[in-house]
Design a binder for this molecule. Structure first.
Ligand code: GLU
Length: 443
């Protein structure tokens, strides 16, 4: 049996880290089991789903590195759902209801006031054919509910362990709206059966749905897949992530210079208890993947921690891994090795390339010192020893040493207070630039 999982976003908005958390766990599960990863667009809500969002989702998944083996869109599969709905109607598991939203709200209110659970009372089941004909003659259109078997449904969740939902405490779910459109519940099950999905890995917001869905799989004669309900991510302070979706969209992370592998390293281990550190290839993440390492508790997504993983990843990255992505011309392995430990994001390399190879404005507050320093510059060729010998000579000439010497020299040569080791930078800057910056504050 081929393991097959699916990531099923609704193309009604952009992906955020919570979605990628779900997609990534599906992808890793599939890769580890040598299975297939499907992308399914849950786009039965034609009002809110757009082709642009679908395209943005494809782009974001591709950027992260989560390639899918097959893509389907629910909007293209309505006939399949219609056939399934017909079967459920024939077996009397799907029944028409005529209450308006207001009537249902009043019923719920009355139930709550008398201390009862606000569960649908199944009044529509008692309607005769004549009653229904009368309601329809009045212009009422039915919505359709799935008749639950009022028993406890159990499953062993791959993330949460043994679960049970007492369906007697649940309302018969509406599967088809008055206008004939499908809610998510039925199409998802029909697709899972039809596409041979073996493991449903999704957010914990679907735990309660699972009881009804298991009954729908059974009612349609399908094999019930295994379920894994991932905890929903929270913000650093425990707040709902959805409130901050904008700032945590994949587009924003990409624009901020987060590397796909940094995001994958972080999200794959978030909430697992495994040590947080960057990986340099996807192959490292696959064998360690295990949904059982997660629990029901919500991991806290910390943007700062992600930024640190990103920086660490870059600090450990070999030049050949990034050479093709470096826009600034002339960055070679030597420059990369000298400055990579100071990068927060790859684009920071441009600043260091400019400092080593371009024109910059620098600061020379201590003009006497920098004049002497310029005079003491040895002839080229320079190497990693040059800095030590040169600053030694300046100390002999001025008596200055330590921070009082190094800080003004760093400022005069780089324009910055901090950065990579000067012994590595100096030979990259070269004598002509160093001299001009020390004497004129630019070059
Ligand atoms: N479209 C649903 C969601 O994004 C899919 C849930 C599922 O995976 O079954 O929540």
């Amino acid at each position: 049996m081929t393991v097959r999982v699916r990531f099923a976003p609704s193309p009604t908005g952009h992906l955020h880290v919570g979605n990628i958390f779900v997609a990534l766990h599906n992808w890793l599960f599939a890769r580890k089991e040598a299975g297939e990863f499907l992308l399914r667009f849950d786009d039965t809500d034609l009002q809110r789903s757009t082709a642009e969002f679908a395209e943005a989702i494809r782009r974001d998944l591709t950027w992260v590195g989560l390639a899918w083996d097959r893509e389907v869109s629910q909007s293209q599969r309505i006939a399949v759902y219609d056939a399934a709905a017909e079967r459920l109607k024939t077996s009397e598991r799907l029944y028409p209801c005529y209450e308006t939203a207001e009537e249902l709200a009043l019923k719920r209110q009355a139930q709550l006031q008398s201390g009862r659970a606000p569960v649908y009372d199944r009044a529509a089941l008692a309607l005769s054919a004549a009653d229904r004909a009368k309601l329809e003659a009045e212009g009422r259109l039915p919505h359709w509910r799935f008749r639950l078997d009022l028993k406890e449904v159990r499953w062993i969740d791959m993330v949460r362990g043994p679960q049970h939902i007492d369906e007697a405490s649940q309302s018969d779910p509406v599967l088809i709206r008055e206008d004939g459109t499908y809610l998510y519940t039925l199409p998802s099950v029909v697709d899972d059966i039809d596409l041979g999905v073996t493991h449903v890995i999704r957010g914990a917001d679907h735990v309660t749905n699972t009881g009804a869905q298991i009954q729908i799989y059974e009612a349609l004669g399908g094999t019930v897949p295994r379920f894994g309900h991932l905890p929903l991510l929270k913000g650093k302070g425990g707040e709902e992530l959805s409130k901050r979706i904008g700032s945590l969209s994949i587009g924003e992370l990409r624009a901020a210079g987060i590397e796909p592998l940094a995001l994958a390293s972080y999200l794959a281990r978030l909430g697992t208890g495994d040590p947080m550190k960057p990986v340099h290839s996807w192959a490292e993440l696959v064998p360690e993947h295990n949904l059982g390492k997660l629990g029901a508790a919500s991991p806290h997504f910390d943007r700062e921690e992600l930024a640190q993983i990103n920086a660490r990843l870059l600090h450990e990255t070999e030049f050949k891994e990034v050479a093709s992505r470096i826009a600034a011309g002339g960055v070679d392995e030597r420059l990369w090795n000298a400055v990579r430990g100071n990068l927060q994001k790859l684009a920071d390399i441009e600043q260091w390339a400019r400092i080593c190879q371009g024109e910059i404005l620098t600061r020379t507050d201590d003009v006497d010192l920098t004049r002497i320093a310029a005079a003491e510059l040895p002839p080229e060729p320079w190497n990693d020893e040059t800095w030590k010998n040169w600053t030694g000579a300046i100390t002999s000439a001025t008596g200055k040493k330590g921070k009082a010497l190094f800080q003004p020299l760093r400022q005069a040569l780089t324009g910055l207070d901090h950065g990579p080791e000067m012994r590595l930078l100096l030979p990259l800057i070269g004598r002509a630039r160093a001299s001009a910056r020390l004497l004129r504050g630019k070059g």
